[in-house]
Design a protein around this ligand. Structure first.
Ligand SMILES: [Zn+2]
Length: 264
C-alpha cells in the first residue's frame, strides 16, 4: 500500500468550499512569483510527530536534554540515539498528496521557492527543488567545535558507534537548529527577501506562533501582497485583511487547488 493510499483513508472527507478554492486558484494562476512557507502541520499529515501540541515529542523527553548543545555535550550517546531514531522514523515516512501537489505547482510555475520550518526532508523526497530550511535538516551533521568539518551525511556508518566522532576527535552534532541557537543566516535572509519580493505567499500547516517564520506573511501583507493560508485550525493570520484562509488539511485541499489551476 502506498503512502498516498494510506493518507486518503485517513482524511475526513468533507465538501470543500468551491468558491474559496476557485478564488485561491485564480490568485495562484495570476501570480508571477509565489513563495510557499510550510510548518509542522504539513509533516504531521505524513505521520511526523511534532514538538508542539498534545502528541509532541517533548512530552516524553526534556527538551533541554536532547535538543541543546549543553545536552549533547553532557550525554552525547543518549542524544545521538534519539536523533538516530528520529532520522529513522523520518526516513520511513512518505510524502502525502499535498507534497506532490506542490511539486506539480513547481512544475507549472517553473520556479517555486519553498521555505520550511520542518527538518524531515519530505519536500525534497517528493521532488521540490528549491527548499529553504529555516530550522536546519536531519540529513547532515557538523563538528560541535566548528573545526571546519561540516555537512557529514548521516548514513548508517555514522551511527555504528555512538556518539559519532569528527575527524578532529571532537563529537559531531546534527545540523538542526538547537535550542538557544540562531537560525541559519543565509536561509533566514533569503526567506525575508522572498517575503519582500513575492507576488503571492502560501502559508501551509504553520501555527503562526514560531518566530521568525510567523513574520514572513506579515511582511508580504504589509506590501499589499495577498496570502493564502491552508490550515485546518484558525491561526492569528486567518482573520487578517488580505488573507484567504482555507480551513483544510494540505493533503486534502492542495491537490484540488493545483488541479483547478493546472488541470493535473
Ligand atoms: Zn571537528
Amino acid at each position: 500500500m502506498s503512502a498516498e493510499e494510506d493518507f486518503s483513508r485517513s482524511v475526513v472527507t468533507e465538501p470543500h468550499s468551491g468558491g474559496l478554492i476557485a478564488e485561491a486558484a485564480d490568485m495562484i494562476g495570476a501570480a508571477g512569483s509565489i513563495v510557499v512557507s510550510t510548518g509542522a502541520g504539513m509533516s504531521r499529515e505524513s505521520g511526523v510527530r511534532t514538538f508542539r501540541g498534545e502528541e509532541g515529542l517533548w512530552k516524553e523527553y526534556r527538551a533541554e536534554d536532547l535538543a541543546s548543545i549543553e545536552g549533547i555535550r553532557k550525554d552525547p550517546a543518549l542524544v545521538w540515539e534519539w536523533y538516530r531514531e528520529r532520522l529513522k522514523a523520518c526516513q520511513e515516512l512518505e510524502p502525502h498528496a499535498g507534497y506532490y501537489a506542490l511539486v506539480s505547482m513547481q512544475n507549472g510555475k517553473g520556479i517555486l521557492p519553498l521555505i520550511t520550518q520542518n527538518v524531515d526532508g519530505l519536500h525534497q523526497k517528493a521532488g521540490v527543488k528549491d527548499v529553504i530550511e529555516l530550522h536546519g535538516n536531519l540529513r547532515t551533521a557538523s563538528c560541535i567545535d566548528s573545526c571546519g568539518v561540516s555537512r557529514v551525511q548521516m548514513t548508517g556508518d555514522l551511527f555504528e558507534k555512538l556518539p559519532p566522532r569528527c575527524s578532529c576527535g571532537s563529537i559531531l552534532r546534527p545540523d538542526v537548529v538547537l535550542f538557544g541557537e540562531q537560525l541559519p543566516e543565509q536561509a533566514l535572509s533569503r526567506a525575508f527577501r522572498l517575503a519582500d519580493s513575492c507576488d503571492l505567499m502560501m502559508v501551509i500547516g504553520t501555527s503562526m506562533v514560531v518566530y521568525p517564520a510567523s513574520s514572513l506573511p506579515l511582511i508580504a501583507l504589509r506590501r499589499g501582497v495577498k496570502v493564502i493560508e491552508i490550515n485546518p485550525e484558525e491561526t492569528p493570520l486567518s482573520s487578517l485583511d488580505g488573507v484567504l484562509s482555507l480551513r483544510y488539511t494540505a493533503g486534502s485541499v492542495l491537490p484540488e487547488l493545483v488541479k483547478a489551476v493546472y488541470g493535473v
